[in-house]
Design a protein around this ligand. Structure first.
Ligand code: URA
Length: 237
């Protein structure tokens, strides 16, 4: 039908075909994923290659975001890397940003008290944030920011493999349960979380953020109910 390869190629081009399937796929993403640190050309692993949570820190530092310009430190995680419980908050406050540790400021002190009310010590729990950088004026993260940092959060879950995730506040709920429902519709029920890289799902419980409890102490009764649900499930697992 076609007199020459050239004629055939011309036909493909006219039909809108601009690339070919090959035996091995074009590696269009790989170069972008392998990021480099400063000018030393030292390679940082891509997110899927990371098997230790601490190795996410250079990747997050390298991730181009305006939040990193206004923050002092990444407050990625604190606590126990073998914990069966993972607590996810929103974003660091001033003291957390200064120390590079989540939940050490006023919200963190209340969180410690809440945990000890159900006989938990924070050194035995893995604590992290939806956004690891402080947000300007402590504003809530946008949906875009939550999505942007979700891969870092998902990778922490895949590495830690907790049995239970406790979500504090709406930012963590949006990230993990990706639902438009609000906290009051989601509390008091167990949910499931699973990413494509995981074989089994993780039990998820939702509660009020400690900063909300500091502003609205009347919600502490509800938070106490959530903590008791959490304690019961922990005892079963
Ligand atoms: N500190 C954190 O690290 N996260 C929060 O969500 C609140 C305070």
């Amino acid at each position: 039908m076609f007199q020459s390869n050239k004629e055939y190629l011309e036909f493909l081009k006219q039909s809108g075909v601009h690339s070919f399937l090959q035996e091995t796929p074009n590696n269009l993403l790989d170069d972008k994923q392998k990021q480099t640190l400063d000018n030393t050309n030292k390679e940082v692993k891509s997110i899927d290659e990371i098997t230790e949570i601490k190795d996410l820190i250079p990747l997050i530092s390298n991730h181009n975001s305006p939040l990193s310009k206004t923050a002092k430190n990444i407050a990625l995680f604190d606590g126990n890397l073998q914990s069966k419980l993972m607590i996810i908050g929103e974003a660091p406050e001033k003291e957390d940003d200064e120390q590079g540790i989540p939940f050490v400021g006023s919200a963190g002190q209340l969180l410690n008290k809440m945990l000890s009310a159900i006989q938990l010590e924070r050194k035995n729990i893995y604590i992290t944030n939806t956004i690891p950088w402080i947000l300007p004026q402590n504003r809530a993260p946008t949906d875009q920011e939550i999505l942007e940092y979700l891969p870092f959060l998902q990778r922490q879950i895949e590495i830690l493999k907790p049995k239970i995730i406790y979500l504090l506040g709406t930012a963590a709920v949006k990230a993990i349960l990706s639902t438009p429902l609000n906290l009051s519709d989601l509390r008091e029920k167990w949910h499931n979380y699973k990413s494509i890289n995981m074989n089994t799902s993780i039990k998820v419980l939702v509660s009020h953020h400690p900063s909300t409890l500091l502003k609205s102490p009347k919600l502490k009764k509800e938070a106490w109910g959530d903590l008791q649900m959490l304690q019961k499930k922990l005892n079963e697992n």
